[in-house]
Ligand binder design. Structure first.
Ligand SMILES: Cc1ncc(COP(=O)(O)O)c(C=O)c1O
Length: 473
């Protein structure tokens, strides 16, 4: 098992590819989710300490018969929860090949061609966003790590400050920013949450007021975070205005584009991202709206040399000896990790294999699906929009005839019960958001398999499950 022959590898591979084709081919016939318990799953897993090995077919059987059915089917066209990409067969093959080569992308000489591939792919992403030619970056595990990495670079610009550093972001900002501030020793309490407008975008007058107050109190503002697609509603902050404010107060401008920034590839959304290329850094998640399987996030710096100041760490065991500038390149100078897997292969295969035009069209269809749902909701008498659709996220509430006249608390409680019942039912899957203190059913269209018809099925599923919920009460 440790070192199979070429024939065994072929046999295992054939069985794996067979399982994969069956799984992906039959996705629509599955439920997105099923009711299950931790105990039920544990009972199916052999807990015996694995002192002796077992054969490959036995391992694959556990994957097929236990792991797959007891998983949430993230590739299903009606998986609308969170910000979940479906993955692609192409990228699954890329991951297999990347692990086969087992390249470790620390520095150029460790993995020459994989490093060049990462640099090329990062450069394509730079061009997608419109950054200047000097901009550069790295792949990391995801959006949280990309935000962490960028905030670490931003903090370095005021590294000598003896007083309290302050960072500004709208109240709709993903919690990974506060987490980064906590982990970097800036402190959660020094993340100043700025008010949002009716479309959940940062209010720039409130931002300026908070920065001004902090300066008067002797604090050191160092960074403003702009959202390019908030996790709750997909709101895009006014990026050009935030750049101007950042310049006025000498702040680093970081954009969290983990969910939304690749929507710049969709013609109808492109204008929302005007000015993004002026940010000092941006976090993006190819494992969200480039449909790739986890894990691959990305951080781009407008001026990578400023980021280098935060990460370069000279040590004798990492010293690059006798190399020219291009070959002396070290990723560890631009982020927190040393050993890094070959994430670039799946990004490269996707971009090169599918092409940006087709990806842009798929993103456009996702946005059209969310807009279709919005128009269905607006013309219905039993659903309400809770927030406008900005990209592909929708937030709605179900108010069937028997709930008319109920209090906001009762309607929220009903929708909460409906969400749990919908998830257990399994035909469609939503998650939730709290907006202006009220509960919302929240969905995000992030799958190239999802069609306008799926949006209609979702509303029908909600109505059907709601009837069961009310009958059971
Ligand atoms: C806006 C935003 N930022 C950051 C993140 C965190 O990304 P990750 O889950 O890849 O760490 C998310 C995740 O949904 C997000 O929507």
């Amino acid at each position: 098992m440790l070192d199979p022959s070429a024939g065994e590898i072929r046999d295992w591979g054939n069985s794996v590819v067979q399982s994969m084709a069956e799984y992906l081919g039959g996705l629509r016939d599955r439920n997105v989710y099923r009711q299950m318990s931790s105990r039920e799953i544990r009972e199916q897993l052999d807990p015996a300490f694995p002192s002796k090995g077992s054969d490959f077919n036995g391992l694959l059987k556990v994957f097929r018969e236990t792991i797959v059915p007891f998983s949430r089917q993230n590739a299903h066209p009606r998986m609308f929860g969170y910000v979940q990409s479906p993955g692609t067969a192409l990228a699954a093959f890329a991951d297999l090949l990347a692990s086969t080569l087992n390249a470790n992308l620390t520095v150029w000489r460790s993995a020459p061609a994989p490093v060049e591939l990462e640099r090329l792919t990062i450069d394509w992403i730079r061009q997608i966003l419109g950054f200047n030619a000097e901009a550069g970056g790295i792949f990391v595990s995801g959006g949280s790590m990309a935000n962490f990495t960028a905030i670490a670079a931003a903090r370095q610009t005021k590294a000598d400050a003896l007083r309290r550093l302050r960072i500004y972001a709208s109240s709709e900002t993903h919690f990974s920013i506060a987490k980064a501030a906590a982990l970097l020793g800036i402190g959660r309490e020094n993340v100043r949450h700025v008010d949002v407008d009716k479309r959940f975008r940062i209010q720039t007058d409130d931002l300026v007021a908070r920065i001004t107050d902090d300066l008067k109190a002797g604090h050191v503002p160092f960074c403003v975070v702009a959202n390019a697609g908030t996790v709750n509603t997909g709101a895009v902050d006014p990026l050009t205005d935030l750049r101007e404010i950042a310049d006025r107060f000498q702040l680093w401008m970081h954009v969290d584009g983990s969910y939304g920034a690749f929507a710049v590839l969709a013609k109808s959304a492109k204008k929302l991202f005007a000015g993004v290329e002026q940010a000092d850094s941006i976090a993006l998640d190819p494992h969200k709206w480039l449909y790739l399987p986890v894990d691959v996030g990305c951080v781009i710096y407008r001026d990578p040399e400023r980021a280098r100041a935060a990460f370069a760490h000279e040590a004798e065991y990492t010293r690059v000896i006798g190399e020219k500038a291009d070959e002396a390149f070290a990723f560890w100078d631009y982020g927190p990790e040393l050993s890094r897997r070959f994430r670039a292969l799946k990004v490269w295969m996707l971009l090169k294999g599918v092409g940006l035009d087709a990806l842009g069209e798929a993103i456009e269809i996702n946005i059209a699906c969310a807009r279709h749902l919005e128009s269905l909701v607006k013309t219905s008498d039993d659903f309400e929009m809770v927030a406008p659709v900005e990209l592909s996220i929708f937030c709605i509430r179900h108010v069937p005839a028997q709930m008319k006249g109920a209090s906001p608390e009762e309607i929220d409680a009903f929708n909460e019960r409906l969400l749990v019942a919908l998830q257990r039912d399994g035909s469609s899957y939503l998650s939730n958001a709290t907006l202006d203190g009220r509960f919302a059913l929240r969905g995000c269209v992030l799958n190239y398999r999802t069609t306008l018809r799926d949006m209609e099925i979702l509303l029908d599923d909600l109505r059907r499950v709601a009837r069961k919920v009310t009958n059971d009460e």
